[in-house]
Ligand binder design. Sequence first.
Ligand SMILES: Nc1ncnc2c1ncn2[C@@H]1O[C@H](COP(=O)(O)OP(=O)(O)OP(=O)(O)O)[C@@H](O)[C@H]1O
Length: 249
Amino acid sequence: MTLELKNITTVVNPGTDEEKKILKNLSLTIETGDFITLLGTNGAGKSTLLNVINGSLKPSSGQLLLDGIDLTSLSDVKHASYIAQVFQDPKMGTAPRMTVAENLLLALKRGQKRTLRPRRLQAHLPQFKELTAKLPNNLSERLHTFTGDLSGGQRQTLSFLMATITRPDILLLDEHTAALDPNTSAELLKLTDEVITEKKLTCLMITHRLQDALRYGNRIIILKDGQIVLDTRDKKELTEEQILTYFAN
Ligand SMILES: Nc1ncnc2c1ncn2[C@@H]1O[C@H](COP(=O)(O)OP(=O)(O)OP(=O)(O)O)[C@@H](O)[C@H]1O
């Protein structure tokens, strides 16, 4: 599905001394199958852009069209049903007092009527075992563990699996490996790349690591002061030094 952002402007605290324009007349078309790495200085508006796309922040003006459907005209629940997101904080995205298997069942039933009858959970266990067996962090051995008792790496791996267990129309990753140690982070990024490639997902991933931005995905976007200052698919031509020039004041 194609996601079009047309002339999006976001203003927070309008009409007060704290009024601030974050995204400034931003236009962007995300094509089906795009895997975009999104870079930018602190405060450039990256998370705000993701919040507009996931529907948690309504733009002050502009349009957000998914295959021509205006997402801002839909209910929050309907809007959210098109989007899956993994956050930086391992505590977000999973329910801590539910087990790994129960969280996976919830994710599987996303958008359907949610019932958690144990018999149905039992029936899904072989599937969950198989899905998690391929993943790092021994998650397959922890299916009956409360997610609140998992390590940060296990929890982020679970959040990523939940976000992709059914095929999301748009996958948003907000520095989802930033809180993990270098090895765990690298493992989850590798898995991320494999799943996105295999399922041909459409994804927007925020990262602060230039080498990851260059290595993964088919397109790089750099945001600065609420506007896009670079949007290219010619990643092979780009160097870290060139990227850094877009960060300069
Ligand atoms: N609800 C809000 N109220 C006031 N200011 C806000 C709000 N949301 C964001 N901002 C401000 O808007 C700017 C952009 O924030 P945003 O979180 O989108 O940046 P970012 O590019 O994701 O930064 P970082 O790399 O630090 O995560 C920041 O200066 C932030 O403080």
